[in-house]
Design a protein around this ligand. Structure first.
Ligand code: PLP
Length: 383
């Protein structure tokens, strides 16, 4: 059966060039990057090359990159590493659970947390950030792109507010990196998270940018890896893969891949809206990353739609893939003011570098038909 994958915000396929780059580090180049002999020097050099590539993608210095096990660890390290008991933290209600649950944990440990609302488009208002600040505010953590809607937050403006108030600013850029350019020379932020498997490197590797001079409390204790910011023997194959994925992302921006992806996404979105009826885009009117569209289809259950499309060979998702299995409506869509039924009827389509125009045609042939079939079964839909 032909299978088309439009769930790249959950995880992306490893690109062949990335696999080729990492392969020797699963085989002949196996040394511990801390060893002083030839084998260690070889892997150390590879880790440092990858650090340079990730730093180039983000526009920062290589020494400001800390390799981690992925987006969740990067977010935890930033939140727990920059705030502690007695501090006040400002975050948003649409963050990924890696940030929200880290904040919940800090709250239990004696931190005060403000969870900011978003408007109907899913945007945080920078003025709300400003108004939330208190004398003991230590950290602001707001994501760059939302994983469910793709909506881009005003992180430049929020960064300026944080800078003026001399408060740490962490940005979860897991769903933004490699999709939109990031320039840390311009953006006033102290920490920024990325994850390998959202940008065509494997699962289980990520990075946290930590601005030079920022005091970060580590999560792990052990060796002095990553300049004592993240103890643990480096995941050399994963890090090499992340470096290669960063290089490919830079080339992609140079070649206009992001613009081409937006064209495909827009064709998918408009085609679905034109054919499905009683549907709309969650996050409409807000700036978005080029690969994501989140669409509600009134009178259907999103879960039923995902299963129905999967049976025909199309992979999409409802809500956050990281919490798949949960039947609660998405906290992001609820925060945007969607009624629970509409939130439950929403489907996320997310493209990756390997998707083609033919994949979009495939989806356009399946989705309106599946929506019509499910509505026929719906007791609430008027025919
Ligand atoms: N932050 C965002 C915005 C995400 O979308 C995800 C994963 O979906 C994460 C953090 C967690 O990243 P990882 O899966 O690498 O732990």
């Amino acid at each position: 059966m032909r299978r088309i994958y439009l769930d790249n915000n959950a995880s992306t396929p490893v690109l062949p060039e990335v696999l080729e780059a990492m392969r020797p580090y699963l085989g002949e180049h196996f040394g511990n990057a801390s060893s002083i002999h030839h084998h260690g020097q070889e892997t150390r050099a590879a880790v440092e090359r990858a650090r340079d590539s990730v730093a180039s993608l983000l526009g920062c210095g290589p020494a400001e990159i800390v390799f981690t096990s992925g987006g969740t660890e990067s977010d935890n390290l930033a939140v727990a590493g920059l705030a502690s008991a007695g501090d006040h933290v400002v975050t948003s209600s649409i963050e990924h659970h890696a940030v929200l649950h880290s904040c919940n944990h800090l709250e239990e440990a004696g931190c005060e947390i403000t969870y900011l609302p978003v408007d109907g488009r899913g945007l945080v208002d920078p003025d709300d950030v400003r108004r939330a600040l208190r004398p003991h505010t230590k950290l602001i953590s707001v994501m760059m792109a939302n994983n469910e809607t793709g909506v881009l937050q005003p992180v430049d403006e929020i960064g300026k507010i944080a800078e003026e108030a001399e408060i740490y600013f962490h940005v979860d850029a897991v769903q933004a990196a490699a999709k939109v350019p990031i320039d840390l020379k311009r953006m006033a932020c102290d920490a920024l998270s990325i994850s390998g498997h959202k940008m065509h490197a494997p699962q289980g590797v990520g990075a946290l940018y930590v601005r030079k001079g920022t005091h970060l409390q580590p999560l792990f204790y052990g060796g002095r890896h990553e300049r004592s910011r993240r103890a643990g023997t480096e995941n050399v194959p994963g890090i090499v893969a992340l470096g290669k994925a960063a290089e490919l992302a830079i080339q992609g921006f140079e070649g206009g891949d992001d613009k081409k992806m937006a064209v495909l996404r827009d064709r998918l979105e408009q085609g679905i809206l034109a054919r499905a009826g009683e549907a709309g885009v969650n996050g409409e009117g807000a700036p978005r990353v080029p690969n994501t569209t989140n669409i509600y289809f009134d009178y259907i259950e999103g879960e039923a739609m995902v299963i129905s499309l999967d049976l025909k060979g199309l992979a999409v998702s409802t809500g956050a893939a990281c919490s798949s299995g949960a039947i609660e409506p998405s906290h992001v869509l609820i925060a945007m003011g969607l009624p629970a039924g509409r939130a439950r009827s929403s489907i996320r389509f997310s493209l990756g570098k390997r998707n083609t125009a033919a994949d979009i045609d495939f989806a356009l042939a399946l989705v309106p038909e599946a929506v019509a079939r499910l509505r026929e079964l719906s007791p609430t839909h008027k025919r």
